[in-house]
Design a protein around this ligand. Structure first.
Ligand code: NAP
Length: 313
């Protein structure tokens, strides 16, 4: 998508974010909760939730091969996202699928007995990337992340493998996830400055103790920082964010918006490279979260939120 397209689509309070040379909205949809056991079979709900994101102007969707209700359904979330985009296109003749970026991840394994593991071997990635392309129905994956470090292998070798997949045309951009500053440095050494598109780490009002450093490091190196579980997660953190943080609740009250919008606006205000991906398993929650893109914080409000939500040093 060009700058002109983004400007026409979305008069947002925050600038577009970049994934390599692809421009996307400053906030994306986290699709993971759509594959939770209680939602996984509800195709119409998934389609409606993705449609709500697209109707709100969102142009980035985040998924992963392992987002699935069970070990033998790996790829479920990727297939759901692809299906929902196709259904949206069928219902909206003007919709151009090429304007939507989909990010996915590989490097975590699931096996019988719900055994979870890591595998960043060349063999695993070769199979995983082809499977993800098939699931997503794309020739090239917009953004492909190493999901988590595989401690049995050198980090640099995993990044070299991703670089080969990019050179061979399987993926457009490389990202890493759950990476320390040291691992980000290794990835930069292997790929070269400017070639690591994104780092996706946990970051939210309740989880910022390590990731604040990583967020800042990414800003200094032109890397997009993607907070995962940006509201505090599906385990109750996202729902409670207004109750736990008084400054968030106060700004929400003053503007008559949800506390979740305040948190997302605050995260986007931390830098032009910060791109939160709030999860949703319902259309209403992503429609509400998307409104954060149009919600500008006043200076005093941002200062109060920084004081409350950033780590105390
Ligand atoms: N890289 C990694 O290792 C990693 C790990 C975890 C997650 N992720 C990615 O990050 C995304 C986001 O993380 P997450 O889903 O764990 O946590 P989250 O975004 O912090 O919270 C998601 C929860 O917030 C609720 N919610 C969202 N917007 C809301 C709003 N405006 N008002 C009220 N409630 C709202 C959703 O409710 P409903 O379910 O009712 O819609 C959902 O239960 C995931 O979807 C996934 O794509 C990546």
């Amino acid at each position: 998508m060009t700058k002109a397209d983004t400007a026409r689509l979305a008069p947002f309070a925050y600038s577009p974010r970049s994934i390599g040379r692809i421009e996307v909205t400053p906030l994306g949809l986290g699709a993971m909760p759509l594959s939770f056991e209680n939602k996984a079979d509800d195709v119409e709900n998934t389609r409606a939730t993705v449609a709500a994101a697209l109707d709100s102007g969102i142009t980035l969707i985040d998924t992963a091969d392992i987002y699935a209700p069970a070990w033998n359904k790996v790829g479920h979330n990727e297939r759901q996202v692809a299906d929902a985009l196709e259904a949206y296109g069928a219902a909206h003749p003007d919709f151009d699928r090429a304007n939507i970026a989909v990010a996915t991840k590989g490097g975590i394994t699931r096996a019988e007995g719900e055994k979870w593991g890591r595998d960043s071997s060349v063999g695993h990635f070769r199979t995983a990337v082809v499977r993800s392309k098939t699931n997503l129905g794309v020739e090239k994956i917009d953004l492909y992340y190493l999901h988590r470090p595989d401690r049995t292998r050198l980090y640099s070798e995993a990044i070299e493998t991703l670089a080969v997949l990019k050179d061979e045309g399987h993926v457009k951009n490389i990202g890493i996830s759950n990476a320390s500053v040291e691992e980000i440095e290794i990835a930069l050494e292997v790929l070269g400055e400017g070639n690591l598109a994104a780092v996706q780490n946990e970051f939210s009002p309740r989880f910022n103790h390590t990731s604040w450093d990583e967020l800042q490091f990414c800003g200094e190196h032109g890397i997009t920082f993607v907070p995962w579980s940006p509201l505090g997660g599906t385990g109750g953190g996202a729902a409670e964010v207004g109750g736990r943080f008084p400054a968030v609740a106060e700004v929400a009250r003053l503007h008559s918006v949800s506390p979740q919008q305040v948190v997302l606006a605050w995260e986007m205000s931390l830098g032009d490279h910060v791109l939160p991906i709030p999860g949703a398993s319902r259309p209403a929650s992503i429609a509400d979260s998307a409104k954060a893109m149009g919600f500008a914080l006043e200076t005093g409000e941002k200062d109060a939120l920084d004081r409350e939500l950033l780590p105390k040093r």
